[in-house]
Design a protein around this ligand. Sequence first.
Ligand SMILES: *[C@@H]1O[C@H](CO)[C@@H](O)[C@H](O)[C@H]1NC(C)=O
Ligand SMILES: *[C@@H]1O[C@H](CO)[C@@H](O)[C@H](O)[C@H]1NC(C)=O
Ligand SMILES: *[C@@H]1O[C@H](CO)[C@@H](O)[C@H](O)[C@H]1NC(C)=O
Ligand SMILES: *[C@@H]1O[C@H](CO)[C@@H](O)[C@H](O)[C@H]1NC(C)=O
Length: 342
Amino acid sequence: MASPLPLIFLLMIYDIKNQHMNLNSGDIQQLLGVLGVSSADWGVNYSQPLICALKDSSVIMSCTYTYPPGYQIMTVFWSKLLIHGEEPPDVSEDPEYSQRLQYLGDKQQNCTIRLNHETQKDEHMYYFRFTTNVTEGRWLGIPGVSLTVTDLQVESPERVTEGDSVRLTCNSSCTLTDRATFIWYRNSQPLTERRDRNNELLLQSVRREDAGRYSCALHGHTYISPAVYLNVMYAPKSVSVSIRPSAEIVEGDSVTLICSSDSNPPALNFSWFKEDESSSVGSGQSFSALQSGRFYCEAHNQHGSQRSDAVTVTVKGRLVILYMSIGVVCGAAVIITMLLIL
Ligand SMILES: *[C@@H]1O[C@H](CO)[C@@H](O)[C@H](O)[C@H]1NC(C)=O
Ligand SMILES: *[C@@H]1O[C@H](CO)[C@@H](O)[C@H](O)[C@H]1NC(C)=O
Ligand SMILES: *[C@@H]1O[C@H](CO)[C@@H](O)[C@H](O)[C@H]1NC(C)=O
Ligand SMILES: *[C@@H]1O[C@H](CO)[C@@H](O)[C@H](O)[C@H]1NC(C)=O
């Protein structure tokens, strides 16, 4: 090691230069190297110089520092602001940080801190600063730690067709440093479906029941992504015909048949058929039957079609009704007469 005098001189230069953000550790080493002093005696080591943290979580910035023997550490703090020619401000004095920042290190060699409840506003470079009992014996740990804070976004196709295979991705804007497990929710219920890669959810052969609001989270963290709706399209199912007012009508009146179905998107296209007739007898969601027969409908959407069971419509002639009425009246009269006689 060189004599104390040039070392102090050097540190003075360094201290001034160090506040210049463009100076990297390579430059400093070169500067010190030229003057014959090893910079290895002074240094700050960040074990993760790039941190990608999840919104609302806590992050630990691990850090160690070294200095030559014979110095006593006076102050230790972190800063996020480097102003040329000024002592960097202690970030823990910033009201935005004071409640959330915890210095876990010591005054020997550990300069680790923890920052809780990160928000996007915390995205910054952070530097560790220490001073000793020797005025020039102080150091700023550049280039520092870069903190990026990310939220989570579900990426999913907007709509899929029943039977398709779908992959949902839980995206973050940076690669999360904390390699935690992703959790998925459908309509706020945790899912156990197969995960393809860690941040992907694979739905093989999608069913109608898979439609819903999907969100994702990281195990052990409170933050949950905004939900994204997955719309599952399918061909008409449960096609049926209802009859108004009744399946038996009198000649001259009409009966309305209504076709209903479960489909996504809703069926808008309907065809009506009469059994034993090959061509369709009508279209539209409702159909007026004027004659007896067995009728069924077929509902269509862009994903397919399905037919209903047939319903029977009976049209009775007025004369038949008259005869039936006479029959009933006569029958009643006969019964009453017999009762009276007995
Ligand atoms: C930083 O850490 C690395 C590996 O842990 C070590 O080799 C190096 O000497 C350390 N540097 C300083 C300045 O503490
Ligand atoms: C700084 O502290 C160390 C250790 O306590 C001591 O040996 C040294 O003399 C002090 N230097 C000055 C300039 O006070
Ligand atoms: C620094 O302190 C933190 C918190 O006490 C601890 O978890 C970490 O292991 C320490 N690091 C070193 C290198 O001693
Ligand atoms: C989300 O992640 C997927 C898979 O990693 C990638 O293909 C896609 O581009 C990402 N989208 C955004 C907006 O980052």
